[in-house]
Design a binder for this molecule. Structure first.
Ligand code: NAD
Length: 497
């Protein structure tokens, strides 16, 4: 059995824990590896190594740190096939989708290549007579990232390229369900010239997460995962005096206005609801049909959902792969059962799909519900599978109110030809990332990614300038070089005269 270790101080190590987790190939439904689950001692030792590495890394000129990022970018491109195959083999998503997610991570590395320009401070000459003032941003120290299963490359890459380029050292605790990609990224960073101890991967579960939260030498925690755990991370990291950004779950709505390009809306919904088998925090899992467009929308969607090509991620014809684990498959099927019980109309039922040669794989076909109501659990809760709910409302105002009252506020879209509706929507909607005739409005690396309400706890979104601010602290210096005359003591607040 393949054993997945930790990557600490520039080498693979096993640590002192004897607990292990199982990593599956979801298409085959077979265990492919074991992953070591770290204990507190392993985590604390890693922090000491990262703390030592910070001493030299943090004082390296930012241009030298940027050069490591340039080299890393090149290595990711060269190794893109291997990285993509690792994602497919442990997560299950289809090859091209996995490759796309790697590219979205790579874009953050490209952003980090410009760190000398981004870290330039501000300077004011003569804030008082012969007094100058400037501000600069300095790294925090050892910082940690805790990431979910659904983007094993992209989500860690939202965090560590910027953290490292800013001069911090980093400990990544990836999802124990698909950890191999993180190890490969660590090896590529070393190949790119990153000094040992600057980037470390500690595999584990709750025990290692709690050790991260408790370790006083970790100065900031970035988390992406489900809302209950995001809240737990937010509260406990803050209690232990750390900076924290904790991104949580989602229930994203795509509003279909009666005047929209219906083909565009249907195709947008297909990709956004069923791509990556719905295991995306930006998946559109609710279609809000406004006015009389519901019948046509459901009729067009149902044909396409029935025709979805479900299969293993490495098969070029597959449009949708399996779910990540058997437990997750059971959970998603349970939600479909629940929706039927709650009285929604199950228009397409993907629960009983069987694939020849992949009988044990964690597959479910696309599911489509119509006439979903706002008090149903299938509407209120995140399902995180290929299940699209259509909810019908009479007006634009009703659609907006529905979305604003939902506990989550990650992403949202509207399909319309009416500029006024689009503009009002983007202004009034209580959601962090908004698409207008764009199905999955994921911001580019040089903007920042983050939801509102219970989709994000903390003050900063990820990557872009928000990422740079999160991973640095501000210092402002006021200086005077008096020539000759020394002033007398002053006991009043200095002000400009
Ligand atoms: P999860 O919350 O179960 O796990 C996320 C991380 O937390 C993992 O590293 C895991 O080991 C750790 N963890 C799990 N249980 C823990 C516990 N009790 N105590 C401490 N740590 C714990 O999430 P997941 O199932 O891996 O990922 C799916 C979720 O992530 C979905 O809710 C999805 O919406 C969300 N997500 C959000 C975003 C976003 O940007 N908002 C992006 C991707 C995924």
């Amino acid at each position: 059995m393949n054993l997945i270790q930790h990557y600490v101080g520039g080498e693979l190590i096993s640590g002192s824990s004897n607990r292990k987790g199982k990593v599956f190939n979801p298409a085959l439904g077979e265990q492919k590896s074991e992953v070591i689950l770290a204990n507190k001692l392993d985590l604390d030792k890693t922090v000491s190594i990262a703390k030592k590495a910070f001493e030299l890394w943090s004082i390296k000129p930012s241009l030298q740190r940027a050069r490591v990022m340039f080299k890393f970018k090149e290595l990711i491109e060269k190794n893109s096939k291997e990285l993509t195959e690792l994602i497919v083999s442990e997560h299950g998503k289809v090859y091209e989708d996995a490759k796309g997610s790697l590219t979205r991570g790579l874009e953050v590395v490209e952003f980090a290549c410009g760190i000398p320009q981004i870290l330039k401070g501000e300077f004011s000459e003569n804030v008082g007579t012969d007094v100058d003032s400037w501000s600069m941003r300095q790294p925090l120290g050892v910082v940690a990232g805790i990431t979910p299963f659904n983007f094993p490359a992209m989500v860690p890459m939202w965090m560590f390229p910027i953290a490292i380029a800013c001069g911090n050292t980093f400990i990544l605790k990836p999802s124990e369900k698909d950890p191999s990609c993180s190890i490969k990224l660590a090896q590529l960073l070393k190949q790119a010239g990153l000094p040992d101890g600057v980037f470390n991967v500690v595999n584990g579960d709750k025990e290692s997460v709690d050790a991260i939260l408790e370790n006083k030498d970790i100065k900031a925690v970035s988390f992406v995962g489900s809302t209950p755990i995001a809240k737990y991370i937010y509260e406990n990291a803050a209690k232990n005096e750390k900076r924290v950004q904790a991104l949580g779950g989602a229930k994203n709505h795509l509003v279909v206005m009666p005047d929209c390009d219906i083909d565009g809306a249907v195709n947008g919904l297909m990709g956004a609801a069923y791509g990556s088998a719905g295991e995306r925090c930006m998946a559109q899992s609710v279609a809000v049909a406004v006015g009389g467009i519901g019948d046509e929308l459901v009729s067009r969607l149902s044909k396409k959902v029935e025709a979805l090509n479900v299969g293993p991620g490495m098969d070029k014809n597959s449009e949708m792969g399996p779910l990540v684990t058997k437990e997750h498959l059971e959970k998603v099927k349970g939600y479909v059962d629940l929706g039927v019980k709650e009285g929604a109309n199950l228009i397409v039922d993907g629960r009983n799909i069987k694939l020849q040669g992949y009988e044990n794989g964690f597959f479910i076909g696309g599911c489509l519900f119509d006439n979903v109501k706002k008090d149903m659990r299938i509407y209120k809760e995140e399902i995180f599978g290929p299940v699209l709910s259509v909810i019908r409302v009479k007006t634009f105002e009703e659609a907006t109110k529905l979305i604003n009252e939902h506990e989550y506020g990650n992403g949202v879209s509207i399909y319309t030809r009416d500029g006024d509706a689009g503009r009002t929507f983007s202004s009034k909607i209580q959601v962090g990332m908004v698409g207008i005739n764009v199905p999955i409005p994921v911001p580019m690396a040089f903007h920042s990614f983050g939801g509102w309400k219970r989709s994000l706890f903390g003050d900063s979104a990820m990557h872009g300038i928000e990422g740079v601010r999160f991973y640095t602290k501000l210092k402002t210096i006021t200086s005077r070089w008096p020539s000759g005359i020394r002033s007398n003591p002053e006991f009043v607040m200095p002000t400009m005269k």
